[in-house]
Design a protein around this ligand. Structure first.
Ligand code: ZN
Length: 291
């Protein structure tokens, strides 16, 4: 089916105590892995790209490939722009078929963040596109952005409420103890903070930096209100390992073999994460509904 908005997917997931898995992709094989994995699990899914991926692959290519991938299957698929700092890039994404966007002004002082996000919300809502904002600062490396432990700070629940109301965003990424990239030790999510934010903020919450967080903690975060779970690093690692393994045969030179092995490895993780988000067969719920 054609690409859908993530609006109803995320809201309905929230109502039913589930989360929509959102996978960061970087190339054709990763798109195929996500779509095939989601189709086999009959789960709705969000495919997302960071600005770095668009520099690598080209926004038009990504738009066309994901659109076609969605048309080939009968599950709802949304295409989302992740961590975009630029108004202009967001406009280009929308022109190329993206159905939701994240404007990331978390590096800006509060007032400037609000002003930028409001501007994006006004434009995007005018053409029916949903917007994710971020308040607080999530640690770690995402693309070429790096936030160290000292700069990172957890989301203040009252500030989150104010930010959501002032900007009109549709969903909100919050910093509650996760980090982008993989963890050195075991992360400990601040569940009390999630509960507090969820009680003050009407819109669904988004968990970034879920790679490497133990399943029980992710499950609990979903129970407490996280309705979209971002997964990036946990796809990159198995892909790289599978490709390394294929290339250990000295004569291997066929991209269809080693990239194919990478695709298969990514697909397995996609299926695991769909189970974790409890969205197996959730696509059935949306059949015949306006998305
Ligand atoms: Zn993120």
């Amino acid at each position: 089916m054609p690409l859908v908005s993530s609006y109803h997917l995320i809201r309905e997931a929230r109502k039913q105590g589930k989360a929509i898995p959102a996978f960061n992709i970087h190339n054709l094989e990763m798109i195929q892995a996500v779509v095939q994995g989601a189709e086999e699990m009959n789960s709705p899914v969000i495919i997302q790209t960071t600005p770095g991926t668009l520099t690598h692959a080209g926004i038009e290519y990504v738009g066309v490939i994901v659109k076609q991938a969605a048309l080939d299957v009968r599950i709802p698929i949304a295409l989302h722009m992740d961590h975009c700092p630029s108004y202009e890039t967001i406009v280009k994404c929308i022109r190329n078929g993206y159905t939701s966007v994240m404007i990331d002004g978390a590096h800006l002082p509060y007032e400037e963040n609000v002003a930028l996000v409001k501007r994006v919300v006004e434009m995007a809502h005018a053409v029916g596109i949903q917007v994710e904002g971020e308040i607080g600062k999530i640690a770690g490396v995402e693309d070429d952005m790096f936030v160290n432990e000292l700069e990172a700070h957890l989301t203040d629940p009252e500030e989150a409420r104010q930010f959501a109301e002032e900007t009109g965003v549709d969903s909100l990424a919050v910093a509650i103890g996760t980090a982008h990239g993989m963890y050195e030790g075991e992360p400990h999510l601040d569940f009390a903070r999630i509960t507090k934010i969820d009680s003050l903020v009407e819109i669904p919450l988004v968990l970034h930096g879920a790679s490497g967080v133990p399943d029980e903690q992710v499950r609990k975060a979903i129970e407490l209100g996280m309705a979209k779970i971002n997964i990036a690093t946990e796809l990159k690692d198995p892909m790289a390992k599978a490709i390394w393994h294929s290339l250990s045969h000295p004569k291997e030179n066929d991209p269809r073999h080693y990239m194919g092995a990478g695709r298969e490895a990514v697909k397995q993780v996609v299926k695991e994460k769909i189970r974790l988000c409890d969205t197996v067969n959730f696509a059935d719920f949306f059949k015949g509904r306006q998305l």
